[in-house]
Design a protein around this ligand. Structure first.
Ligand code: GLU
Length: 501
């Protein structure tokens, strides 16, 4: 079996959204499953779309999510450089090979001449005029000019591009892992520019040459690249590289929550959910677009959520660690239709992961806040608080939000759910338990006994009890909270409320 080598090849044109991350993840999972290599290649040949900081954003996002490349712009590798703008000479050499073997040609047409061709053909009633097998004979290129003229134009420094010579009337058949066999008639394709007049390769040339030189075995990318695949197949043939052509996997889109159409930044803004892994400050507007990390998502949860948006593991299991994903991942179980984005599901995953974290992992979120407030506290209390609040936290920020009230008294008290009958009951309860041992069994049993004696149910008392302790009627288990707060603090909070009423 050939070595599995996959690549994630983003263009640094802005923030990488979750769809891109999912592509990176699937590439990573396939490579890791077969002990292969995952490569990060930066496709920055289109300098007009280059955005400062975008490459770093890609690198930081993958790092945060633990999708670590084996080779690429960060850690180098045997096929350096991994940034396409540094590989200009390589692409030029390969473009010229195609000219020599008759699969590409020099074209000298100016933009006015191209416009004119479009206009003329439109007037002749041709629906989609393009530079192709029908029109190339009307243009200024190395197929229509003498070789002397071509040579002299080139040596005079006249601008030229190199175009691929798309064959006419050829049926291109190729297999896509998700779509199955695909057939395209080459006549619908135009003669794409491979090398631009500034000497830089276009995406098509650069990616084919690099996939070949970097021994890529699988090209896993978004569905938006499917229309380019027939050209890529023709290029592999033209270079004589058919035997080592990678397998193609075009991933269906991430869809809007409503299910129709591609998930976009605008949807995220409208619905108020994130679609970018990390926050990013837009250089033009100065506005910050908040990412999953900053909103308090754990990277493991985002990875798990994304993995299942387009890949079906079979069975009911939903929680997968990265190792489990690597183990279970298979291209055969990729979905054929788009996956609907559901932020509630992302929250659910996050909650599951927070819940499953050890207290030691979560303690820092509390400790750093305590330091800010100048509060010293022994570790065992923080540990117990973690245990109690993680059950109730959906986001990392919720941990401190809930934990805070174990260290500082509430500033405000909810009024609606407060009952003075319950308060009288609680005062009586406190006066009884405050003299005894402050342990769970006693606090719990005394409460139960008193409830029976007074004909109350838990729900008659607990909302008010929580308001007394934490200011809000919803909250953690009261008896467990009383143990953590300690006798003095509980008595203090009850007395305080008597004063405040
Ligand atoms: N540079 C392309 C992008 O920005 C990569 C497409 C591919 O994977 O071939 O998505």
């Amino acid at each position: 079996m050939t070595r599995i080598r996959t690549r994630f090849a983003p263009s640094p044109t802005g923030m990488l959204h979750l769809g891109g991350i999912r592509t990176a993840l699937y590439n990573y999972l396939l490579a890791k499953k077969y002990n292969g290599n995952f490569i990060l290649r930066i496709e920055d040949t289109d300098r007009t779309r280059f955005v400062e900081g975008a490459e770093q954003y890609i690198i930081d996002s993958l790092k945060w999510l633990n999708i670590i490349p084996d080779e690429g712009v960060v850690n180098g590798g045997p096929h350096e450089p991994y940034r396409q703008s540094l590989r200009k000479d390589i692409y030029k050499k390969y473009a010229e090979i195609l000219v020599k073997n008759g699969h590409a040609y020099y074209a000298f047409d100016t933009s006015e001449e191209l416009d004119k061709m479009h206009k003329n053909l439109t007037l002749e009633g041709i629906a989609n005029p393009q530079y192709d097998a029908n029109s190339r004979s009307l243009m200024k290129n190395s197929l229509t000019l003498s070789s002397d003229e071509v040579q002299s134009r080139i040596s005079n420094g006249e601008p030229y591009v190199i175009r691929f010579m798309t064959p006419n009337n050829e049926v291109i058949r190729f297999h896509d892992q998700v779509r199955g066999w695909i057939k395209v008639d080459s006549s619908v394709l135009d003669d794409k520019v491979l090398l631009k007049s500034d000497g830089m390769a276009t995406y098509h040339l650069a990616s084919i040459v690099d996939d070949y030189l970097m021994n890529i075995s699988h090209v896993i990318r978004g569905e938006e690249w499917l229309p380019s695949a027939p050209l890529h197949i023709l290029m592999y043939k033209a270079f004589g590289w058919e035997d080592v052509m990678p397998k193609f996997v075009h991933l269906p889109l991430l869809l809007k929550p409503e299910g129709q159409g591609k998930l976009s930044k605008r949807d995220a803004e409208e619905h108020g959910f994130p679609i970018f892994p990390l926050s990013w400050v837009d250089s033009q507007s100065g506005k910050t677009i908040v990412g999953f990390r900053e909103l308090g998502y754990l990277p493991e949860a985002v990875v798990n959520f994304l993995a299942l948006m387009g890949w079906n593991p079979g069975g009911d299991k939903e929680l997968f660690s990265m190792d489990e994903l690597v183990n279970d991942f298979s291209l055969e179980r990729l979905g054929k239709s788009g996956a609907r984005f559901n932020i509630k599901k992302a929250e659910w995953f996050n909650h599951q992961y927070i819940k499953s974290k050890s207290n030691d992992d979560l303690k820092p979120y509390i400790k750093t806040e305590l330091v800010k407030l100048n509060i010293t506290c022994d570790d065992s209390k923080i540990d117990k608080v973690c245990e109690l609040v993680k059950e109730r936290s959906n986001f990392v920020g919720d941990i401190w939000m809930h934990a805070k009230l174990f260290f500082v008294e509430p500033e405000e008290y909810e009024k609606d759910q407060f009952s003075s009958d319950a308060f009288d009951f609680i005062k009586k309860y406190i006066s009884i338990v405050s003299d005894g041992k402050w342990i769970y069994e006693i606090l719990h049993d005394t409460m139960n006994r008193m409830l029976i004696d007074h004909g109350y149910k838990l729900k008659d008392i607990m909302p008010t009890f929580r308001i007394i302790l934490f200011g809000e009627h919803n909250g953690p288990d009261v008896i467990r909270s009383m143990i953590i707060l300690g006798r003095d603090e509980v008595i203090k909070r009850v007395d305080n409320l008597i004063l405040k009423l």
